[in-house]
Structure formats: structure tokens, C-alpha cells
Design a protein around this ligand. Sequence first.
Ligand SMILES: Nc1ncnc2c1ncn2[C@@H]1O[C@H](COP(=O)(O)OP(=O)(O)OP(=O)(O)O)[C@@H](O)[C@H]1O
Ligand SMILES: [Mg+2]
Length: 419
Amino acid sequence: MSDEKNDKPIVLCVDDDRLVLRSLRRLLVRELSAAVAVELADSGERALAIIREGAEAGRPVAVMVCDMVMPGMSGGQLINIVNEEFPDVRSVLLTGQAGYQSIIDVINKSRLYRFVAKPWDNDDLVMTIREAVASWQQQRTIERQNLHLQQLNWQLEQRVRQRTAELERLSSELDEKNRELIRQAGVRKRLFANISHDLRTPLTAVLGYLEGMIGGVIEGEAERDKYLRLMFGRLKSLEKLISQLFEIARLESGSMPLNMQQVDLAGWCSEMVARYREDCLARGIEFDYGCQLTEGDVGRLLVRIDAVQWERVLNNLMDNAIGHTASGGRIELRLVGEKRRVVMMLGDSGCGIPQADRDKIFEWMWRGDRARTWRGGQSSGLGLAIAREIIEMHGGTVDVTSEVGRGTTFSVSIPRVTE
Ligand SMILES: Nc1ncnc2c1ncn2[C@@H]1O[C@H](COP(=O)(O)OP(=O)(O)OP(=O)(O)O)[C@@H](O)[C@H]1O
Ligand SMILES: [Mg+2]
């Protein structure tokens, strides 16, 4: 191959007659050197080597002008092989004294771009080669564009696949949110129904008692005293409900500022338990407190809490535990220090919570059947909802495990401050 370093398409001339080769080169260099690079081969074998080397080096042969009759590999054989290996190469067959039949054979068996009789007409040959090069270039452009289109198509398909997956994810998120909104709407509906019911019930009772007193139906010191006490009880529960509702409103609107302080939860709990122990003893319930530290702990479980709000959490959980545990039962408060969190567990040996109710107990104003009649109807189903809201404001979580007839354990977990 010549040293000519350019990316012009190569026109390869193949002839065993060096004179023919030379005149071909002269003609093509003169007429086409701006557009093509000319290579010469004096045999079919040499021509094949040039085409193969060119293909490997990224300088493909565009047009092969080849003599028909050559010793060794004939023009027809060469074109056949080139057609097989390099179907893009345009082959122009030059024929001199070749017999009619052998030309027909080549035309029938090979893909020939043109066939030109020797001696050729210069203008005709130049034009033929120019057209062959143009046709080769056109095909290359189309192939390149095809490849580009295929790549674009593939990228597009990828994008569509990604977007579809994204849309599916978003759609299932939306479905989930929708379900949650519907559930919350139901919770709110029940909340308002319960609030009006719980506000009206004690008021109606108190109004009834007062009517009885004013109308003289309730007479005598003892009777009056009895109804005054009943009214007091009713109004107390009303006061509790109203203050809980206020608390919820503040919690929900996020307008309750937390007075966060670093507190050793172990020390804080051991101060609280004295009171709980008394409450339990008064109801014949055994109370136990324990603090479990992990290896390397220095006996302190530091957390950041608003101690007043945290007391509310523990009070609500204790209140429930005591309320659902019969005399002779047992309540246990346990603190566990983990690497990054502190877990506060309150377990009771009470009546337990049916599986179906476990998701509902944290909803505003949801209360179990037992709680409706418990403590003269003073339960409003707000204690756990308030507790959970406060726990979450502290970056914590609350879980419940329970077995009907055996007891319930609430586990509250909050981030631990590392010392
Ligand atoms: N330790 C427990 N054992 C069994 N059931 C419980 C326990 N704690 C809560 N529950 C159930 O969960 C319901 C909701 O509890 P929550 O503390 O929110 O409301 P409440 O105790 O009924 O009323 P409030 O706390 O507002 O006075 C209770 O009514 C009860 O059915
Ligand atoms: Mg409660």
C-alpha cells in the first residue's frame, strides 16, 4: 500500500499488465486525485491482501477496477471472494480479449458494479469510477445514519423504560397516599362524631341533674350531695376531654414548642417509678422497674427530651397499663440502652389487645369496648394518639406487641445522645 495518508476512499486497480496499471494510475490521479486515493495490485492475491489490510487499518477500499484475465486468480474469482468478504466494495470489470461466455459467467455469478471493455474510453471509465465511489459513500452515510438512529432508538427505549418505571413508582406512591387520605378522612369523621358525643353526654347529664334540682325532683341534703358529686365527676371528665383536645390541636398544628434538654433517661425513670409503684400497689398490681445497659455503658442513658411532654407519654402508657390490668397482675418498666437508641418498654399482664385493633389504638379517639365503660366512661381514646405525636416530635417511634389474655407491651424508642 502507498504511504498516502488520508481518509479519501481508495480505488484499487488490479491488472497483471504493468503498463495497464500505470496508465490507469495516471488517468485516475489526474482526474480524481482530489476525491480518491489510488492503489495498484498486479495480481488477484495482492489485491485481496491490500483490501484486507485496508479494512483492518480503517481505510477501506471503495472501488476495485479489475482485469478479467490474469494468471493465478482470475478477475471473476477475485470479484467473487471480494463480494463474499467485503460486499460494500464496488467492482468494475475490465475486459479485453476475454470470451463472451466467461464475461456472462462473471455477470451472473458476481455482483458487478459495471463492466468496461478494453481499450476503455477515458471519460467513460472516470465517470464510472466517480459514480461507483459516490454510491459507496452514499451507502456508508446511510449505514452511519442507521447506526446513529439505532443508538438513538435504543437510548429512547431506555428513557421510556426509565420513565415508565418512575411513573409506576409514582403511581403506586399516589395510590398509597390516596388510601392513607381516605383512611385519615374516615378517622376525622369518627373523631368529630366522637367529640360531639363525648361533649354532649356529660353536659346532658349535668343539665338533667340541675333540672331535677331546680324542679324540686332532687330533694334533701343527701340526694343533693350525691348529684353534686355526680355532676363534679361528669364535669371533670369534660375538663379532661377539652384539655386533651386542646393538646391535640396544638400538637397537630405544630405550635407546641418543645423545651428540649439533655436528660439521663435512666435517672429520670427511677425518679418517676416511685409514684407509679404507689398507683399500682393501690390496685393490687405488682410493679417492677429495670434498666439494662449494654457493655461499656457508664450507667447513663442520655437523650434529648422535653421532660414535661415525656412525662405525659409515660403517664398515658402507665394509665392504660393500670386500667387494663386486673388486681394480682404485673406491670414492668424496662429501659434498654442500645448503641444509637434508648428503648423504653412498658409491659403489662393485662387483657391484651386483639390483633384487629392494634393498628387503630393510636388513632384519635379510638377506644376499645372495655374502655368505653371503664372508669365511668372517662376514657376518650386520645391518650395513645397524644403519646405517639409527642414521641414522633422527639424523633422516636412507638410499637406495640400484645397477646389477648396475656398482656401488652409498648416499646418506645428514641435517639440516644452519645457521650
Ligand atoms: N395496655 C393496654 N392493654 C389493653 N388495651 C389497651 C392498652 N393500652 C391501650 N389499649 C387500648 O387502646 C385504646 C386506646 O388507648 P388510649 O390511651 O388512646 O385511649 P383510652 O385509654 O381509651 O382513653 P384516654 O387515654 O384518652 O383516657 C384503649 O381504649 C384500649 O382499648
Ligand atoms: Mg389511655
